[in-house]
Design a protein around this ligand. Structure first.
Ligand SMILES: Cc1cc2nc3c(=O)[nH]c(=O)nc-3n(C[C@H](O)[C@H](O)[C@H](O)COP(=O)(O)O)c2cc1C
Length: 206
């Protein structure tokens, strides 16, 4: 296992992957088991992952990404969605916490009231924003966990969400938030990292 800062510093968005390499299922299992530790609003776990690993699905995702070559040569291409209805599963999540005696009956009731109150009063806009926010937080952890096992990735938004929805049969309540290509970076496509602003430009202390 690499140390955390070296993973942060060496993660790059790959331009091109070495072809004909598959991600072993055990690597996905390790990534997804650890990914469940990601934070989410009220622990509602809004993010879902659809993994394209067969040639047929990767070809379809290549078309859905307007023929971005990094999809075609990827070992796997993943769609991350955010569930606008995640709050409707609060009872199930908090029931489990109650059974495990992490919370008592009173806390259970007050959590459900708080969650339903917030998501229902916030309406469609808030539910949409929550889906994007929580899937994005989860996706960043996915990129780092993949790198931790030696896999390169590229997060992408340039794809047709409706085509992707059809490929994986994604239900209407889930928003396709990000496409993530994954594989072993073809080092011949390596580019020096783009300019990064100094922290004084994007951090304010008061
Ligand atoms: C939300 C988001 C969307 C992105 N969409 C694309 C994309 O559609 N295609 C692509 O090649 N790269 C995409 N990227 C990768 C960025 O171009 C890349 O992260 C940025 O240039 C910084 O490079 P680095 O990740 O290697 O540090 C995206 C990154 C993010 C965070």
């Amino acid at each position: 296992m690499e140390d955390f800062l070296s993973i942060v510093k060496t993660r790059r968005s790959a331009n091109k992957f070495l072809p004909n390499i598959k991600v072993p299922r055990k690597d996905f299992e390790e990534i997804f088991n650890n990914l469940s530790q990601a934070p989410s609003c009220f622990n509602l776990q809004h993010a879902h992952y659809y993994v394209g690993e067969s040639d047929e699905v990767i070809d379809a995702l290549y078309e859905a990404s307007y023929k971005q070559y990094k999809v075609k040569c990827s070992s796997a291409t993943i769609i991350v969605t955010g569930d606008k209805d995640a709050y409707k599963n609060a009872a199930q999540i908090y029931e489990s916490s109650k059974l495990l005696k992490i919370i008592d009956d009173e806390e259970y009731e007050s959590m459900l009231n708080a969650i339903n109150g917030l998501y229902e009063s916030g309406g469609e806009t808030f539910q949409h924003d929550e889906a994007i926010r929580n899937a994005s937080i989860s996706s960043m952890l996915f990129l780092l966990l993949a790198k931790n096992l030696g896999w390169d990735t590229c997060p992408m938004i340039y794809f047709d969400p409706e085509k992707v929805r059809t490929i994986f049969d994604i239900p209407e309540n889930e928003i396709p938030v990000l496409m993530i290509t994954m594989g072993k970076m073809d080092e011949t496509s390596f580019r020096v990292r783009g300019y990064r602003k100094p922290s004084e430009e994007y951090v304010k202390y008061k």
